[in-house]
Design a protein around this ligand. Structure first.
Ligand code: ZN
Length: 341
């Protein structure tokens, strides 16, 4: 039995197409998930347009933001049953013996390989998942929301774990994509006053910021950054997909403030980092997420304190992946979702 999958088959730009793939064989510690919904990530787009900076195991089924029902369990799997509603973390392969894994930071293990680039992902009917990656989806949480636990966990790690935001702080988020929007929502949950910054071409997407009680700014955010005491904002979250925005972050942040960089950008920087020293800034990278973060995010979504509905721009069939990818790539929607079954 074969089913349609969105496959990234080569490193050249545009090397994504629908292919028929067999139902995966599972190992003793795996489950087989029947995918309900799968989010399209900026990184899926980066692999499609070939401007990614991570190694890809071609050919690979795309998709790492997903949830579904368990339809098959390996012999060694305990604590799960057929029919369970679950979402899966992204670290499909880890070295359990590495010091980082033993610390619970398996997401930072250099041997980690994720769905959608290292192993086959979820833009198809069935996906093989190690049972350690699973989290229960609360009954009241629909899969079209639950499948976005992953990007919410990226935002939780960046804003809650890797930044130090206190009620009353002023925070600027650069880049109104999914991660930027969710980082802004997280900073609001921390009690900060938040502005989301984008370009003229982001005008439509920036309207969504209002639904998360954030200000939206097109272009130069200096005025908003300085308006309180002329010194800048407490924290800048850089969620733009280009490296040059770090320069803007260094201008907007106040002395002794913090910049958290969660957006990727393979281009080299071409400016001085001296302002980082002069202003005594903490520059923090943030990558991925781990088990406790996923549980917190599911709680936030289940209780309604974090609502992902405003960022969802549409749900498409797997066969219509290109329409879904294009809609996100053009900035027409913030998040596209595919429904394989
Ligand atoms: Zn993602």
């Amino acid at each position: 039995m074969k089913s349609a999958a969105v496959v990234n088959f080569a490193p050249e730009k545009g090397s994504v197409e629908i292919r028929e793939v067999p139902r995966p064989q599972i190992g003793e510690e795996d489950v087989l998930l029947q995918v309900s919904h799968v989010g399209v990530c900026g990184s899926d787009l980066h692999q499609w347009t070939a401007d990614h900076s991570w190694p890809v195991n071609y050919p690979v089924v795309l998709g790492h933001e997903f949830g579904g029902h368990i339809v098959e369990l390996g012999n060694q799997v305990r604590g799960w049953r057929e029919g369970d509603r679950v979402v899966s973390e992204t670290a499909a392969i880890i070295n359990a013996d590495s010091p980082l894994s033993k610390q619970g930071l398996y997401n930072l293990d250099p041997d980690r390989k994720g769905f959608g680039y290292g192993v086959n992902g979820a833009m198809t009917q069935f996906v093989r998942v190690p049972a350690r990656c699973l989290h229960t989806v609360p009954q009241s949480l629909p899969f079209e929301h639950a499948c976005l636990t992953e990007p919410c966990s990226v935002a939780y790690n960046a804003v809650i774990m890797n930044s130090h935001i206190r009620p009353g702080d002023r925070v600027i988020v650069l880049g109104p994509g999914t991660i930027g929007m969710l980082c802004a929502a997280m900073a609001v949950l921390c009690g900060a006053e938040v502005a989301l910054v984008g370009l003229e071409s982001d005008r439509e997407r920036l309207k969504t910021a209002l639904q998360y009680n954030c200000h939206s700014i097109i272009g130069d955010a200096s005025e908003w950054a300085q308006e309180k005491d002329g010194l800048g904002v407490d924290c800048v979250i850089d969620a733009a997909g280009v490296s040059q925005t770090l320069k803007i972050a260094l201008q907007l942040v106040r002395p002794n403030g913090q910049i958290t960089k969660v957006g990727w950008g393979p281009q080299p920087l071409n400016f001085s980092l001296d302002p980082l020293v002069q202003k005594n800034i903490r520059l923090q990278g943030s990558f991925s997420h781990n088990w406790p973060i996923w549980e917190k995010v599911l709680s936030l979504m289940d209780s309604g304190r974090l609502d992902v509905q405003p960022i969802i721009g549409g749900i498409w069939r797997v066969e219509d992946w290109q329409t879904a990818f294009d809609a996100m790539h053009s900035g027409e929607v913030i998040k596209s979702i595919l429904q394989p079954n």
